[in-house]
Every structure is written in C-alpha cells, then in structure tokens.
Design a protein around this ligand. Structure first.
Ligand code: NAD
Ligand code: WQD
Length: 351
C-alpha cells in the first residue's frame, strides 16, 4: 500500500479474492499481501490445487485465509461473509476459462460464470461490501476495427460461450451499479497473461494439453510435447502469424492492487470503470518463439500448421487509460517474462 495513502489510517483492509488459488489470482494474492492487505481466498479448486497456498506463503511469509467454497453455492458464499467480518472489497477471478471447452459445454460456462457473479453481487450488497474488481478479457473486442484497441471500441459479437459470459458479466455489473445498488466496480480487460512469479514458487498449472501458447512452448522445450504447432502463417500480419499483447502476470496482478486501492479510497470517476491491461506492444507467434529461444537458450521444435478455428488475427492494447488514470504500466520485459515461465516449467518438472 502506498505510504501516503489514506488507507494507511485503516488497519489491514480485508479483501476477498475468489479464484485466488488460480493462476492470476495467486499472483494477485501475493501482491495484495505485500501491499499490506489481508486476504481471504474462496476457491472450489476446480482448476487449481491447495498447494498453491504454500507457494504464496513461501513468497510472502503470510498464509492467506482459505475457504474451499463454490461461488455458485449461495449459502456457503454468504457464510464466508458472515465468518470473515469486515470484507469491503472483492476481486472476482473465479470462472471457467477454456474457450474450446465452452463451445462443447456452454451450460457449464453460463452457469459457472454467470451464477457465481450474481450470487457474489447479491451477497456483497447485503453485506455492505460495495467494491468489486472484475476479471474481464480482451476477448470482448473480438477482431477490433482499429488497433491498438481502446476501451471505447465496440464490443463485438462473442466468438464463444466463454467470451459471451465475460460480455454478459460486464453488463450484469453495469446494470447493478447503475440501478442505484451500493456497488462500484473496476472492470479489467486483460490481454494475454503469461509468465510466473520470479521466485518460481507459483505459476500457471494447465491441466492436460495446454491450449495457450506459452505453456505449450515451455512444455515442448522441456520435452513433454514433440513440437509446437504455429497456427497459421497466412494472416495479414508482417510475418503471417497472429499478433497478441502478452502481459506479465505479476504486472497484471499489480493492476488489481491499484484498482482495489482506487475503489477503497473512493477515487473512481464513475460507478463502473473499464481499463485495458496490456503492454501496448503486439508480438507475433513467430516473434515470441524466437524471443523465447534467445532469452532462455532452450531449443523449441516447431512447425507451421493450419489456422486454429476462431482465432483473432491480431489484437493489442492501447493501455494509455490504465497508464494515465490508474498510474499503472507494464514494467517487465518480454525476455524476463519468458524466462520466468521457463524457470517455473523447469521447477514443476523437477518435483
Ligand atoms: P484459473 O483457472 O487459473 O483460475 C480460476 C480459479 O477459479 C481456479 O482456481 C478455479 O478453481 C476457481 N473457480 C472456478 N470456478 C469457481 C467457482 N464456481 N467457485 C470457486 N472457485 C472457482 O484462471 P486464470 O487464468 O487465473 O483466470 C482468472 C480470471 O481471469 C478468469 O475469470 C478468467 O476468465 C480471466 N481471464 C483470464 C485470462 C487468461 O488468459 N488466463 C485472460 C483474460 C481473462
Ligand atoms: C495465442 C496465439 C494462437 C497455441 C485466449 C482466449 C482469450 C483470453 C486469452 C481469456 C494465438 C497461437 C496457440 C499453440 C499457436 N483468455 N497458438 N499454437 O487465443 O489469444 O486467447 O487466451 O479471456 O479469451 O481466447 O491465446 O495463448 O491460446 O494463443 O500458434 O499451440 O498463439 O493461434 O495466435 P488467445 P492463446
């Protein structure tokens, strides 16, 4: 926490982090604790495991409070607020996030991602906890007409049930906040989070074959996968492969701390604010593959294959609003970020 902050007069504000043992959630818990916040994690462990708590504790020296609860279970979630008095702010990460799975199991995604948010909002309002930071995604922009994309770019028809849940969740939050209910929210639209904590104590733990690029790269370089398939080299981009904005997960985590502080200090300019959280730099798949090999010295077998259905050709953030209004900027280099992902991969395979 900023020493000059009005919050320094408060005693360790208590923040509820749903999905706090997950990839982005665990890194955010670390940053919250290191900024002086007390944290309660709610997670049903559907896509993470309990040992993450030990990793967090090894980094910060503080074991976060943990409740194994499904946010879709209204009563159990309400009980968390009854048990941990004084929760004033929530960061809501808990959601199902696999795009392909959402196409196969849309109802699972609609139930998990909508019902958990609706429960949470009702319970927050009933418990006088009016501050919400919500995990949204650049997926709401689809293929933007103008790049880099700003927050006022139109939301495009969703390409998957997962993407649709993020759009609907944003609308649910706006409708609730503007209904006059005691709710303020900051929606953070993440671009492509990658990397791991520099300590290699926590990182991404994909279950099964990774769908995302960087875990597939590190698993291939370590020998778990034969080769990386680069999905398409015939896009309208300089080298023909898709372009994304890869954001370091610790930088991303820090944006949440700033957002929480802004809400708790009543500095938000509106009941709902939206920010792009990206670097502002687009990198192609082939560029990323080359940087990974140069930065780590690892060899990465890869082959160009056909396009992956549903992929956006190119998207990267205009992060100026986050830079200027939040005072947040992505700091880590892509080389350090890829090295952190590689160290994490090496560590988990040694265990
Ligand atoms: P993750 O799967 O690692 O973390 C989500 C956590 O939520 C997991 O620990 C899971 O067990 C938990 N969870 C899921 N449903 C739950 C429920 N009903 N009740 C309690 N816990 C539940 O995912 P992540 O990558 O850390 O993503 C966090 C958030 O950020 C998600 O909302 C995701 O949609 C969003 N997001 C992720 C990315 C990305 O590329 N990783 C990009 C944009 C947005
Ligand atoms: C990145 C690039 C692939 C794997 C997804 C979700 C999005 C958001 C972030 C949550 C693409 C290419 C990948 C591989 C490859 N999540 N690729 N070979 O698709 O940008 O976004 O995660 O909100 O909603 O859709 O991320 O990491 O899957 O792919 O060539 O084996 O890498 O084609 O260009 P994506 P990704």
């Amino acid at each position: 926490m900023n020493n000059n902050s009005q919050l320094s007069t408060l005693n360790s504000p208590l923040v509820l982090v749903t999905g706090g043992t997950g990839y982005i959630g665990s890194h955010t818990v670390v940053e919250l604790q290191q900024s002086g916040y007390e944290v309660v994690i709610v997670d049903n462990l559907s896509n993470s495991n309990i040992e993450v708590l030990d990793g967090i504790t090894r980094i910060t020296g503080i074991k976060p409070q943990f409740e194994q609860v499904d946010c879709c279970d209204y009563q159990k979630l309400a009980d968390v607020f009854n048990k941990h008095k004084g929760i004033k702010a929530v960061i809501h990460f808990a959601a199902s996030k696999a795009v392909g799975e959402s196409v196969e199991k849309p109802l699972l995604y609609y139930r998990n991602n909508l019902q958990s948010l609706i429960n949470l909002l009702e319970i927050m309002i009933a418990n006088n906890a009016p501050n919400l930071v919500f995990s949204s995604s650049c997926t709401v922009y689809g293929q933007p007409d103008v790049l880099p994309v700003t927050e006022d770019a139109p939301v495009k028809p969703a390409m998957s049930p997962y993407g649709n849940t993020k759009q609907i969740d944003e609308e649910i939050i706006r409708d609730t906040a503007y209904s006059g209910a005691p709710l303020k929210s900051i929606l953070l639209r993440y671009f492509n989070p990658i990397g791991a904590h520099p300590s290699a104590e926590i990182g991404e733990l994909p279950i099964g074959v990774p769908q995302n690029l960087v875990p597939f790269i590190t698993q291939t370089a370590i020998g778990l996968r034969k080769e990386l398939s680069v999905f398409g080299k015939d896009y309208n981009t300089p080298d023909g492969s898709c372009i994304r904005d890869y954001i370091n997960v610790v930088d991303l985590a820090k944006a949440h701390v700033i957002a929480i502080e802004r809400l708790l200090e009543n500095r938000a300019a509106d009941k709902v604010e939206t920010f792009n959280i990206g670097t502002g730099r687009g990198l192609s798949v082939l560029e990323l593959v080359n940087i990974f090999q140069q930065a780590t010295g690892a060899t990465l077998p890869y082959r160009i294959t056909g396009r992956r259905e549903g992929d956006i050709e190119q998207v990267w953030a205009n992060p100026h609003k986050a830079n200027n209004v939040l005072g947040w900027t992505a700091k880590e280099t892509i080389e350090d970020t890829l090295r952190s992902a590689w160290r994490w991969e090496q560590k988990i395979r040694r265990q």
